[in-house]
Design a protein around this ligand. Structure first.
Ligand code: SF4
Ligand code: SF4
Length: 434
């Protein structure tokens, strides 16, 4: 039974918990708040009381379930193998079934489902963003802060909306001579609207490796913001739209450069569509051929080492929770970085510690999100590097905000951008040598 359908689906997981409290040692929220309700054990008890009928779901209870970054650190530190990620998803879906969705989230997720309206809104936003956002002089990227505090953190640093979305900037099919294979690129929202530089780097690296790239124009949001907030209906609609968009264009494999998007294609779509045999089969088919870009370049089509130019960077790597613990991908980005001539990889103290972004968590709990982020920034600062690499655009945003506010001169990039830079330098070196 899917965790999205019923609270009963997690009874077995709840029974596994022996209340040992090992999860306290790793929970980023518990570390800041020292409250039992913040940690997995506390929330497990709440769900047990709910299931036994001793208490009822209230809005206050739904707020407590929002106190989780879904970082999965408790999963890995649990001696009983409790899948707390399943428990929290089921609890939040139950909260929405019983108490409804917060009005702001309802508007946001409805907009995500209306692709053309959403695109229009983002386009208008890119034109008028200067009204709400104040540009920050930064030598690395176009960043900004809110002019007025609207309750999501006055000091939060945001990337500016791109004037042109990635999907309108690039053709739907990018051909190469003698293609090795045809790969679909799921851009996700952050890369499509904000970090188009990551998207261009993905395309650059794939075409450099003789791969034809397909970017279906009518792909949608991965739906993770909706599913982790308990809006199962919206998440299902988006999952269906994505599956149909990629099925229509066809591809030998699908790549993602965002940890939420990868999780959606590999693990979430199938579970959301469990009750529809036809769509479930389609979701399972695409799950088997979905890869994070670093995983794809290491295991599926090993990337060309010849042609890589020297990139003089001291790099530290931050593991996004949903790529590391969610998909087991942590060595692949490091292998890529180590292959780039000139890159020196220096590990930070706890590269797998959550950065505190967690999508809407950072908007709902801005102060807590910054407190968690401060530890990450401190770990980064101690490496004395000049670049932070990561595998997720949402983490990039949080890391950029952290280093910017700490006044640390670090460029924050997706791993694939450093690889693309190396190919670019390699081409220039070749031209100069002719
Ligand atoms: S570590 Fe696992 S078994 Fe122990 S309290 Fe936390 S969830 Fe329960
Ligand atoms: S998923 Fe992360 S934030 Fe949530 S309870 Fe577990 S350790 Fe804490």
């Amino acid at each position: 039974m899917s965790v999205y359908n019923s609270l009963d689906s997690i009874t077995e997981e709840l029974h596994k918990c022996m209340k040992c409290g090992n999860c306290m040692a790793v929970c980023p929220i518990y570390k800041e708040t020292r409250q039992e309700v913040a940690v997995a054990r506390g929330k497990i008890s709440l769900v047990e009381y709910l299931l036994s009928g001793e208490i009822e779901m209230t809005e206050g209870m739904a707020d407590r379930f929002s106190l989780c970054t879904t970082c999965m650190a408790c999963n890995t530190n649990c001696p009983c193998g409790v899948r707390f990620d399943k428990i929290i998803l089921a609890a939040r879906a139950e909260a929405v079934r019983k108490k409804g969705l917060h009005a702001v989230k309802k508007i946001a997720f409805t907009a995500l489902k209306m692709q053309r309206v959403f695109d229009f809104g983002m386009k208008a936003g890119s034109i008028f963003q200067g009204v709400a956002l104040k540009n920050i002089p930064d030598r690395h990227s176009k960043l900004a802060r809110m002019r007025v505090d609207i309750g999501i953190g006055k000091e939060k640093v945001f990337p500016m909306l791109s004037k042109k979305t990635l999907r309108s900037e690039l053709p739907e099919v990018i051909t190469v001579k003698n293609p090795k294979m045809r790969v679909g690129f799921f851009t996700g929202c952050m890369i499509n609207y904000f970090y188009t530089d990551i998207g261009r780097a993905v395309v650059e690296v794939l075409t450099e490796n003789d791969i034809e790239v397909v970017i279906p124009r009518f792909q949608a949001c991965c739906g993770i913001p909706a599913s982790v907030n308990g809006d199962v209906g919206s998440a299902r609609t988006l999952a269906k739209r994505n599956l149909r968009a990629f099925e229509r264009m066809g591809a030998d494999a699908l790549v993602v450069a965002c940890s939420s998007g990868g999780t959606a294609w590999k693990h979430v779509f199938g579970e959301l569509l469990e009750n529809d045999p036809e769509l479930k089969a389609l979701a399972d088919k695409w799950a088997k051929k979905s890869y994070d870009i670093s995983e794809f370049l290491i295991h599926q089509v090993p990337f060309k080492k010849e042609g890589l130019g020297r990139v003089a960077r001291k790099v530290t790597y931050h593991d996004p929770c949903h790529l590391n613990r969610g998909q087991g991908i942590n060595q692949e980005p490091r292998e890529i970085l180590k292959s780039i001539p000139g890159v020196e990889l220096i590990e930070m103290k706890e590269p797998g510690r959550c950065c505190g972004m967690a999508g809407s968590f950072s908007l709902v709990h801005p102060d807590l999100s910054v407190q968690i982020s401060d530890h990450k920034t401190s770990d980064i600062t101690q490496t004395h590097t000049d670049t932070v690499a990561t595998g997720c655009p949402a983490c990039r945003l949080q890391l950029q905000s952290g280093v910017e506010n700490a006044g640390v001169d670090e460029e924050v990039l997706h791993t694939i951008q450093i690889l693309a830079e190396s190919y670019r330098v390699g081409k220039k070196e070749l031209e100069r040598s002719k």
